[in-house]
Design a protein around this ligand. Structure first.
Ligand code: AMP
Length: 490
C-alpha cells in the first residue's frame, strides 16, 4: 500500500524520470548535437547527464553529475567519437544521488555494444530482473534501465534486431521512451501506451530522436512526427533515412496529461499538440469554469504563465475588468523546488526563488494562477508573500485537477502522504494555503483542452486509476491490461 510509506523508501530507489536523445549522422560526430539536445531537455532532469557514442568499432561513454554544463567540458564532448550517439538527463530525486544511476546505461556483450537511455518507469522490473538473475545475469544497479538492457542483450543473442526488441517490448510493462545504440545503429522505442513522449526529427545530414521537439529545434532540425506508441524506429547508419516497425498495438493510448500541464517545455509539440497552446486553452477553460473578478491576475512564474495569459484573455473577452500583470519576480538561478530533499529546504527555496512586485499587488485583490498544486508548499508560501506585500484578497486558480495519488509511470510526484489533496476537500486546502478562494480545473475540461479523450490519456495522479494494475492501488481502467506487481518503490 502506498499510504504510510516514508520518504526514504521512495527516494532510496533510483527512479527514471528523464529526457532522452538519439542522433545518427552521415559524416560527423554525433556528440555535439546530442550535447545541445540535452541542454534543450535540461528541464526534464538536473541530477546527471550522459552521452554514449559509437564510432563503428568502439563505444564511448561519458556521464557526470549535475546539469549538462557541469557534467561535460569541451574535452569530454570531443572524446566521444562516432556518428551514432544517445544522451540522457536524469530527474532529481532526494536519495541515491550517485553516478551508478546516471545514464545512458552501457554494456558490451557477445552480440556487440549496447547503450540505453530510458524515460519512464517499468511496473514489472522486479519480476523481469528476477527471471534474468535466475539465468545468470549480474546487475550493478537496482534501476529498471539495466533490466531493459540485459533483457535486450539476451534477446539479441538469439534473434535479429527487430524481433529482439519486440520480445523485450512484450516482456516489460510500464512506461518507456527509449533511445538505444546497438553498435553504431541508433534506435528509438516508445511504449505501447505512448505514456512518455518521443519525437523523430530530420537534420540536413541525419536523423534525431528526442523526448521533446524543442530539442530538435535547437540544432535547426525539422520535426518529422511523434514516434508512435508501440513503434520501433531504426535510424540508418549513414544518416540517410529510418525504418519504422509497429511492434505492439494497443486499442487505446495513455499519454501522460501532466506532460501538457507541467513537465514538457511550452515550445514543444507533444503528440501533435503545441504545449503552450494547450496551456493557454487550459487557462481559458479555467476562467469559464471558475473565473473570479479581481483587480489583477498574475501567474506563478514560469509554470503558470501560459495558463494565466489564457485565463486573462478569456476574462477580458467576457467583459471582466481584470488586468493581467506580473506580480512575482523569479530568481532564475534557483532550481526547481523539488530538487530540495526536505520539506524545510523546499520552503526556503520558494522564498529564495520568488519575490513580489509591490505595484501589482499592494492594496489590490489578486488572482494567482498556477498549473498544479502538489504538496501545497508553493501556493501557501506565495499566498503569504502576496499578503505581506499588501494584497487585499488572494484567490488561487489551478489549471489541473487536484493531485490525489502518486505517479507510477515516471514522474516524481511525491508520496500520497505528502499530497495536500489526497485527503482534503478544496475548501480545506484553500484554508490550509490561506487563500480567499481556490478552484481547480475539472478533468473533462483538461481533456477538452488537450483535444484527446480521457480514454487516451493517463490521469492516474488525479483519478488513482492507472493504465496498469498497481498492487495497493485500485484500477479498473481496463481489465484487459496486464496485471503486474507494484513497483518496488511503493
Ligand atoms: P507544491 O509546492 O508541492 O504544491 O508543487 C507545486 C509547484 O511545483 C507548482 O508550481 C508546479 O509548477 C510545480 N510542480 C508540479 N509538479 C511537479 C513535479 N512533478 N516536479 C517538480 N515540480 C512540480
Amino acid at each position: 500500500m502506498s499510504r504510510g510509506r516514508s520518504d526514504d523508501a521512495v527516494f532510496d530507489r533510483p527512479t527514471e524520470k528523464c529526457g532522452v536523445v538519439g542522433v545518427s549522422l552521415a559524416d560527423r560526430d554525433a556528440a555535439l548535437p546530442t550535447y545541445y539536445a540535452l541542454y534543450a531537455l535540461q528541464h526534464r532532469g538536473q541530477e546527471s547527464a550522459g552521452i554514449v557514442t559509437h564510432d563503428g568499432f568502439q563505444q564511448h561513454q561519458h556521464v557526470g553529475m549535475g546539469l549538462v554544463g557541469d557534467a561535460f567540458d569541451e574535452d569530454d564532448v570531443e572524446a566521444l567519437r562516432g556518428n551514432a550517439g544517445i544522451g540522457h538527463v536524469r530527474y532529481p530525486t532526494a536519495g541515491s544521488v550517485d553516478k551508478s544511476c546516471a545514464q545512458p546505461f552501457s554494456v558490451s556483450f557477445k552480440g556487440g555494444a549496447l547503450g540505453l537511455s530510458h524515460n519512464g518507469n517499468l511496473v514489472n522490473a522486479d519480476e523481469v530482473r528476477a527471471r534474468l538473475a535466475d539465468q545468470g545475469h549480474a546487475f550493478t544497479s537496482d534501476g529498471d534501465t539495466e533490466v531493459i538492457a540485459h533483457d535486450l542483450a539476451r534477446n539479441l543473442l538469439e534473434a535479429d534486431l527487430v524481433p529482439a526488441v519486440e520480445r523485450t517490448m512484450n516482456r516489460i510493462h510500464g512506461s518507456y521512451s527509449l533511445t538505444i545504440t546497438h553498435d553504431d545503429t541508433v534506435l528509438g522505442v516508445r511504449d505501447p501506451l505512448g505514456n512518455r513522449p518521443l519525437v523523430l526529427g530530420e537534420l540536413e545530414d541525419g536523423y534525431v530522436l528526442a523526448s521533446e521537439s524543442a530539442a530538435i529545434d535547437t540544432f535547426g532540425g525539422d520535426l518529422v512526427r511523434d514516434v508512435r506508441p508501440g513503434e520501433l524506429v531504426v535510424l540508418h547508419e549513414d544518416g540517410a533515412g529510418y525504418d519504422s516497425h509497429q511492434l505492439v498495438e494497443e486499442p487505446n493510448t495513455a499519454h501522460c496529461f501532466f506532460e501538457y500541464v507541467y513537465f514538457a517545455r511550452p515550445d514543444s509539440v507533444v503528440d501533435e499538440e503545441l504545449v503552450y497552446e494547450v496551456r493557454r486553452e487550459l487557462g481559458r477553460h479555467l476562467w469559464r469554469e471558475a473565473g473570479v473578478d479581481s483587480d489583477v491576475v498574475m501567474p506563478v512564474p514560469d509554470s503558470g504563465r501560459a495558463f494565466a495569459s489564457g485565463y486573462a484573455e478569456q476574462a477580458q473577452d467576457a467583459g471582466s475588468g481584470v488586468e493581467f500583470a506580473e506580480g512575482l519576480m523569479k530568481n532564475r538561478y534557483v532550481g526547481r523546488t523539488f530538487i530540495m530533499p526536505t520539506q524545510s529546504a523546499r520552503e526556503r527555496a520558494v522564498r529564495l526563488k520568488l519575490n513580489p512586485i509591490r505595484s501589482t499587488v499592494e492594496g489590490r485583490s489578486v488572482t494567482l494562477v498556477d498549473d498544479s498544486i502538489v504538496r501545497g508548499t508553493t501556493s501557501s508560501q506565495l499566498v503569504d508573500l502576496l499578503r505581506e506585500a499588501g494584497a487585499n484578497e488572494v484567490h488561487v486558480r489551478i489549471g489541473a485537477p487536484p493531485i490525489t495519488a502518486p505517479c507510477y509511470m515516471g514522474i516524481d510526484m511525491a508520496t500520497r502522504d505528502e499530497l495536500i489533496a489526497a485527503d482534503r476537500s478544496t475548501e480545506e486546502i484553500a484554508d490550509e494555503i490561506g487563500a480567499d478562494s481556490l478552484s481547480y480545473l475539472p478533468l473533462d475540461a483538461v481533456t477538452a483542452a488537450i483535444g484527446k479523450s480521457e480514454a487516451d490519456l493517463c490521469a492516474g495522479c488525479v483519478t488513482g486509476e492507472y493504465p496498469f494494475d498497481v498492487a495497493g492501488e485500485e484500477s479498473d481502467r481496463d481489465a484487459e491490461r496486464p496485471d503486474v506487481d507494484a513497483p518496488a518503490d511503493d
